[in-house]
Structure formats: structure tokens, C-alpha cells
Design a protein around this ligand. Structure first.
Ligand code: ADP
Ligand code: MG
Length: 242
């Protein structure tokens, strides 16, 4: 069972994984209200409108838009709500009919104010059946198509296998942070991010948690900007709230 981005983020937050904050809405008026609230909280006029559909690649299809003012936000929300969003991952791809957008997430712009100091990473946790273990797949090349990165620059995609009985060992989380080129506070925050992400994966009986991009902000926070979560249907009875 796949979760929407906003549902996946709620789950992550419960496990102490830092997320890009936001509110899910179904109308333009609600979107503007959510924007005003976010503006008060964050102190900036920048916010992002993100279509909530069960497919990735939304950015490419026009389903993720940055607003720099309330006027911008109204325009983007009006365009995206109710649109048939085509992405490379919707049925039939960019030639297909697309998917109807019923909900949008109004989210903080975590790239502001220091856009140039931000770094986007790719991080996922899943099961490696061949190795009979869980695996964290990660890369410094975040924000883009990971299949393409794996094909063209396979040396930039790292894997950390985790014994399902023993669990994630502290040195493994540190190794991930090290290989991502982090140091200081960002390193510590990444270790915490990985540790909590892995706990979210196992405790919710998930088959996939994919964070792309995972962002290092200008002030060295590590934040899940996007997330794709799939839960193991055979274990859903253990999680009635999901
Ligand atoms: P998808 O993977 O479905 O395209 P994402 O949530 O990953 O959706 O968003 C697509 C891209 O939009 C991201 O890779 C990121 O570069 C950009 N983006 C997302 N949120 C923000 C934000 N708050 N500020 C600026 N850019 C953003
Ligand atoms: Mg993404």
C-alpha cells in the first residue's frame, strides 16, 4: 500500500525524522490560509505547492511550484488543484491521461534563504531479497532520477546492508553521513536522520522509504523534502491506524 507524500511525512515526523513542514488542502481558499499560517511560522514569503498523487516525477510535470507571494500561491494552487497531472511515472507517462489532483501540500521552502549552501541527497531504505537483509541506498546525487544516476555514474550510488536481526549499528549511520561528505552539525544531524528513518522503516513494517531529495539546509539541518512510502500489506493488521 502506497502512502501520499503528506501521509509519509506524518509517519516520519512521529519517528523524529525532520521533514519539510506543510499542510494538505483541497481548495484554493484553504491553500491561501495555509500559506498565511506558514508565513507567520517561518517568517518568509516563499512556499511550495505540491500535488498529492500516487506518482513521482511531479516536478517534471508541473506539479511542484515555488510561490514567492500570496498572489503566486493562489495562482499555482488554482492551476494544480483539479489538473490532470502527467509525469513520467503516471500511467502512460507524459503521453497518458495523467492523474487528477484532488489535494495539494502547501509546504515551507526549506531551500531559503541560503539556496547555494543547500545540498540534495538521495536516501532510501528497502529490503534486499537476494542478500536477505535490509539495505540503505544513498547518493550525493539527490533530487534527480536515481535510476539514471545508477546507470550513468554507478560509483555515486552507495549501499549499506543491515542485518535484520541485529539492526542498524551506530557505525553504519556514521558511515552513511561520512560518505555523503558531511561534517560538524550536519554530520550529527544526518546520523540522527538515518537512525530514525531506519526505525520508521522497521517499526511500520514498510517495504520502502524513499527520500528524494533529502536536503542539507543552509543552517545544517537535514530535512526530508519528498518521501515515498510503501507499506507491506501482509503486516497492515498490525497498524490499523495506517
Ligand atoms: P517529485 O519527486 O514528485 O518531482 P519533489 O517533492 O521531489 O517531487 O519535488 C521536485 C523538486 O522540486 C525537488 O527535487 C526539489 O529540487 C524541488 N523542490 C521541492 N521542494 C522545494 C522547496 N521547498 N524549495 C525549492 N525547491 C523545491
Ligand atoms: Mg522527489
Amino acid at each position: 500500500m502506497n502512502l501520499h507524500e503528506y501521509q509519509g511525512k506524518e509517519l516520519l515526523e512521529k519517528f523524529g525524522v525532520a521533514i519539510q513542514r506543510g499542510k494538505v488542502v483541497e481548495s484554493v481558499e484553504e491553500a491561501v490560509t495555509a500559506y498565511r499560517e506558514l508565513q507567520e511560522e517561518t517568517g518568509t514569503d516563499f512556499a511550495v505547492v505540491k500535488a498529492q498523487i500516487h506518482a513521482g516525477g511531479r516536478g517534471k510535470g508541473g506539479g511542484v511550484k515555488l510561490a514567492k507571494s500570496a498572489g503566486d500561491l493562489r495562482e499555482h494552487a488554482d492551476n494544480i488543484l483539479g489538473m490532470m497531472l502527467k509525469t513520467p511515472q503516471t500511467p502512460g507517462g507524459m503521453e497518458g491521461p495523467g492523474k487528477l489532483v484532488r489535494k495539494v501540500l502547501i509546504a515551507e521552502d526549506v531551500y531559503a534563504p541560503d539556496f547555494d549552501a543547500c545540498k540534495e541527497f538521495y536516501i532510501s531504505v528497502l529490503m534486499d531479497r537476494e542478500r536477505r537483509s535490509n539495505v540503505i541506498i544513498y547518493s550525493t546525487e539527490g533530487g534527480m532520477d536515481i535510476e539514471k544516476v545508477a546507470e550513468e555514474t554507478p560509483h555515486l550510488v552507495h549501499k549499506e546492508h543491515i542485518h535484520p536481526g541485529i539492526g542498524l549499528l551506530p557505525f553504519q549511520a556514521r558511515k552513511v553521513a561520512f560518505n555523503l561528505g558531511l561534517e560538524g552539525i550536519a554530520f550529527k544531524n544526518m546520523v540522527k536522520f538515518i537512525t530514525n528513518l531506519y526505525r520508521a522503516f522497521t517499526d511500520s513494517d514498510a517495504s520502502l522509504f524513499e527520500i528524494n531529495p533529502c536536503l542539507k539546509t543552509g543552517d545544517d539541518r537535514i530535512v526530508a523534502v519528498d518521501c515515498k512510502v510503501s507499506l507491506d500489506e501482509n503486516a497492515l493488521f498490525r497498524h490499523p491506524h495506517l
